[in-house]
Design a binder for this molecule. Sequence first.
Ligand SMILES: Cc1cc2nc3c(=O)[nH]c(=O)nc-3n(C[C@H](O)[C@H](O)[C@H](O)COP(=O)(O)OP(=O)(O)OC[C@H]3O[C@@H](n4cnc5c(N)ncnc54)[C@H](O)[C@@H]3O)c2cc1C
Length: 484
Amino acid sequence: MNNNLPPRDSFVRTQYNMTGAQPRYAIIGGGISGLSAAYYLQKQIPDAAITVFESGERLGGVLKTIRTGSFLIETSADMFVTQPSDAFELCRDLGIENELIATLPVQDRAFIGLGDTIFPVPQGLSMMVPTRRQPILDSALLTKHGKSRFLGETEIEALPNPKDESLKSFAIRRFGIEAYEKIIQPMVSGIYTADPAKLSMNATMQRFVDMERQHGSLIAAMQNNRNQGDSQASGARYAMFRAPSGGMSTLVTALIQALPKIDVKTNTLVTNVSARSATSPGNRWAVDGRPFDGIILATPAAASASMIGETDPTLADALSGITTASSAIVVLAIARSQLKTNFRGFGIIYPHIDGGQVIALSFSSNKFAGRCEEDEVLIRCFIGGALQSDLVDLPDNKLIEIAIAQLNRSIGLAGEPIFTAVFRWKQCMPQYHLGHLSRVQQIEQQTERHYGLEIAGNSYRGVGIPACIASGKSAADRMLKASN
Ligand SMILES: Cc1cc2nc3c(=O)[nH]c(=O)nc-3n(C[C@H](O)[C@H](O)[C@H](O)COP(=O)(O)OP(=O)(O)OC[C@H]3O[C@@H](n4cnc5c(N)ncnc54)[C@H](O)[C@@H]3O)c2cc1C
């Protein structure tokens, strides 16, 4: 670590604003986390000069909406949860709250594909917890034994001293192998594109860990919460999702418009952030040689590690431990008449035990209005993830072939799509492996030692859009506190 730099606790109050100079902040990474950090920083320190460095040619990071003819295509995220409310609140602040739309009403929303058959996800399932018995008993997805083991979770004793446990171990222990393989693994894989044998329960589903600890059983906990009026315990999570009617780029554009004074440097790959002299009150940091009073690293952990390595190898080492997975999205634009079945669900998820190459088929036009014309269907096929990362490097035509074959198998497709497109997200999804929270704590503590350095982004405390916005906001809050 650079010994010129005083630890934050020993910092003598030579604050930026005491110098009378306009405080200068650099935000590295122009994804939703970095833009949120810029937004909240500007809100709190209106006279700040903020520069956003972004290696890509545009702001927004993975968030990007494309319009092609009547089709509105999301190239990555297509919706966000309203609870936690950070994304919703930001939209309200930005004046785009009225542009948010809810998911369309349909009977059965999600399906599970096994072989040639698709089964509705039993109603009342809250992520992995069955909150209603009858839909499980009626489902053709599980065997009699599988159902009784799934619903018999109330009889399984809680672990006396649970350590951080993988999703796979936790789910099999509580609900049995069959429910895990056929329901829980595909449901969770779709969200984290992770290897469930490595995915940390504490980092991703702490709520369920707490339920076991407090109530002995997740089913009992859900029942208890429902009795106390917790709407999340009903299993109706789709009601909690929203998307801007014009797609996710609406959020990015609104943020950019709310930041007219910031200096945006796109096509600028930052390679080094270093601590300058501790004795001068301003200019504590250098971003590739340019002076700043404070910086927020809103880049993926590996990129942040490489930038900070020279200044703090310990921090860089901890950051490097957070690995990522890649995925590809194949877009299929189809005439509705080409589908052999009038599929009205939101999508189909495929268990790993099915042995296929597709994680999920998401029917964008069944989820949200305005994604294409009535006589058209817009489908996004997810391929890759931690369990099959090699697939992402297949050529476009191969990926399209895989997507079409899966659609044909599950729904039936006649003829060629109107058009197809492929988007690859390489090393974009951080993997919250066992021990992730301890690592994040270590990163936060080590970061705290540097005055004027903050981190934000999806690598740490949540991959969803609300968590990313929250990370940007709290980085700005900490920066403000440090400046006062
Ligand atoms: C395919 C996919 C589907 C998803 N679906 C959903 C969903 O439906 N709902 C949801 O809530 N979440 C979803 N997510 C997750 C969510 O979209 C992301 O976690 C979030 O957008 C990440 O934002 P970020 O700003 O932290 O990172 P990013 O968007 O990755 O932004 C980081 C930025 O840093 C830049 N950068 C990196 N290194 C440097 C450098 N050295 N110098 C300068 N710039 C640099 C990058 O170019 C990038 O623009 C999805 C993610 C993916 C990939």
